[in-house]
Each structure stands twice: as C-alpha cells, then as structure tokens.
Design a protein around this ligand. Structure first.
Ligand SMILES: Cc1cc2nc3c(=O)[nH]c(=O)nc-3n(C[C@H](O)[C@H](O)[C@H](O)COP(=O)(O)OP(=O)(O)OC[C@H]3O[C@@H](n4cnc5c(N)ncnc54)[C@H](O)[C@@H]3O)c2cc1C
Length: 305
C-alpha cells in the first residue's frame, strides 16, 4: 500500500465520506486516503434518525446552525442547498421523501441505504478507504501517525466528528490533533439532550405531551424562546422543546453562568406566563426550571436517540 497520498481525510463518517466524494469528483486524479479508526465506519449514520436517517430538511437556514460563523454557514448553504442534497442522494440511488416538519428520509426507511450509497460512490471514485487506521499524531507537512503505520499527505482534512457517542469512534482525538497544530478549539456543547428534573412530581405525568413555550434565561444572553411539544418522562422532560432548549442551558452551565428555564404550560404562542402561575424571576446560582406551581432544578440528561 502506498504511504503517500494527495489528500488524507481523517474520519469516514458523513462528513469524511462526503468530502472524499466531492474531492474525487472535482479532481479524479487526486489520490485520496479516507482513514477511520473503526473497522466499520459510518456508525453514527446508521443510528441517525432512529435508524432511518433524517438526511436533511426542505428548509435549511443558517439560523438552524449553532456555533461558528453565521456568515460561513450561509455561504455553505448557498453553495449546497437542501435541494442539492436531495439531488445528490437521488443520483446515488437513494430517493428521499418528505415527512412531518419538512424532514427528508430515504424511501427505504433505512439509514443503511444512505451509508451503503456513500461507501459505494467513494469506492467507485477510487477513494482508498483505510479502516482500522486510528490517527494518533499529526505534524506539519503533513505526517500522520496511525495505529497501522505512518502516512504522508500535503493536505489533511480532519472530519473526526464531535463528542457525541464516543463509542462510535469520535471521542475528541480530532480536536486534540487540530489543537496540536495550533488551532483554537471552541469547547463543545451537549445538545438535543433531555433535561433531568429534581424531585418526582413529574413521574405521574410520564408519557404526557403537550405544546409549551420554554424561555431560557441565561446571564449575559437575551432570553431565548423555544416553542414545541414537551414530553414529560419519569426522569424529567424531553420532546422537541426540551431538546432544543438543552443546548442553551448546557452552554450557560459550561460557561459558569446562571441559567433558568421557564415553561408556559399554556402552550406555544403564549410568550408570557401568567403571573403567579409560572414565575419568570431569574434564578442565580442553581439552574432551575419551573412548572405551574413549583420550581425544580434540572441537570443534564443523556443524549436522546
Ligand atoms: C442518536 C443520534 C441521532 C442522530 N440523528 C440524526 C439525523 O436523523 N439526521 C442528521 O442529519 N443528523 C443526525 N445526527 C447527527 C449526525 O449523526 C452527525 O451530525 C453526523 O453523523 C456527524 O458526522 P461526522 O462525519 O461529522 O462525524 P462522525 O459520524 O462522528 O464520524 C467521525 C468518524 O471519525 C472517526 N475518527 C474519530 N477520531 C479518529 C481518529 N483519531 N483517527 C481515525 N478516525 C477517527 C470515527 O471513527 C468516525 O467514524 C444524529 C446523531 C446522533 C448521536
């Protein structure tokens, strides 16, 4: 096997596979190595969307993305729209259809078809997929130390994923590799996680879902309003509204800022809870949420599949 490539892409998840495919289409003569520490790449694609892979949405806006420069996101979305994404997958033999809230899923109803199509296209384009190659060191030039030997490439793409689901292979090593080259790393924020409530008042409500408006008030931020369905569970609250609010709550906590989550149980569209039923007083020190009669503190929950 050659140990020298035109470009080395570290990580064969959705990002790495797409990067390899577009790079190879743009320059068919480029020798591309796609390295992954896992024996079988694409684990996260397989579990995405409950195993059905919610590939994209009919409407994708820069405001849907959190972290990083809005300007950069806007440019990326303009260069590759949601329609382009649907056409890309259709061309790979994976037609999509629209479901609730504009979500696009493969007609097969199976995330495996998405992963298989990406792997097949990478293979067709002669991308060299090197599984079982965990990159452990990276020095300028670039020299890559891997669990299966050294490689060289003048260009390297780090597509090693975030920190969710470390057992899938993305455990933050990529961030350390980037930092070792002098890049600044913005700490990751857990997101789309349910909120765990103290006490047990919510246990009896387990399984009840209804529309709410959540207001997240974090020190130094404008209050953020999230509307959608809230699902009470035995551990606290989940559902789209809680999942969407969790990122804001976690971000404030990571920064050491006081944060409170207030809920209006009168439903989406009711931006100001009636006084006496759900206080909007800011709570300092401990993160809290409240329901109609009492206030409860919440702490991070585990990611929702
Ligand atoms: C439960 C769940 C459900 C989701 N559902 C959806 C959904 O329906 N729709 C959607 O759009 N998104 C969904 N997401 C998010 C989506 O799965 C991720 O945003 C996406 O898969 C990330 O792709 P990635 O290529 O950036 O990273 P990853 O998929 O994490 O891939 C990174 C790869 O890099 C490899 N790697 C890491 N470090 C190294 C190293 N040092 N050397 C070599 N290889 C390395 C890993 O083994 C891994 O294969 C979901 C996520 C989760 C956790």
């Amino acid at each position: 096997m050659p140990d020298s490539f035109g470009v080395a892409i570290v990580g064969a998840g959705a990002a790495g596979l797409a990067t390899a495919i577009f790079a190879a289409r743009r320059n068919p003569r480029l020798a591309i190595a796609l390295l992954d520490g896992a024996k079988k790449p694409g684990a996260k694609i397989l579990i995405s969307g409950g195993g059905r892979c919610n590939v994209t949405n009919t409407v994708v806006a820069a405001t849907d993305f959190h972290g990083g420069s809005r300007h950069v996101v806007r440019r990326i979305l303009a260069a590759f729209t949601a329609e382009d994404a649907a056409a890309f997958f259709r061309d790979l033999g994976v037609p999509l259809h629209v479901e609730e809230d504009g979500k696009l899923f493969p007609d097969s109803g199976c995330a495996r078809t998405v992963l298989d199509a990406l792997l097949a296209e990478a293979r067709r384009l002669d991308v060299r997929l090197l599984t079982g190659h965990r990159v452990t060191g990276l020095s300028r030039g670039f020299a890559l130390e891997t669990s299966a030997g050294a490689l060289h490439a003048p260009h390297v793409v780090l597509a090693t994923g975030g920190l969710s689901l470390p057992k899938s292979g993305s455990d933050g090593t990529g961030h350390r590799l980037a930092a070792s080259l002098g890049h600044t790393i913005v700490p990751c924020t857990p997101a789309l996680a349910p909120l765990v409530l103290d006490g047990d008042f919510h246990v009896a409500l387990s399984g009840v879902a209804h529309p709410v408006e959540l207001v997240v008030r974090a020190d130094r931020d404008k209050p953020a309003r999230v509307r959608g369905a809230l699902l009470w569970t035995h551990f606290g609250v989940s559902g789209p509204a809680a999942l969407d609010a969790s990122r804001l709550w976690h971000r404030a906590r990571i920064d050491g800022r006081a944060v409170a989550v207030h809920v209006s149980l009168l439903g989406a569209g009711t931006s100001t809870p009636p006084s006496g039923r759900c206080s909007t007083r800011r709570v300092r020190g401990r993160p809290r949420t409240c329901e109609t009669r009492s206030r409860r503190s919440c702490r991070p929950g585990s990611p929702t599949p």
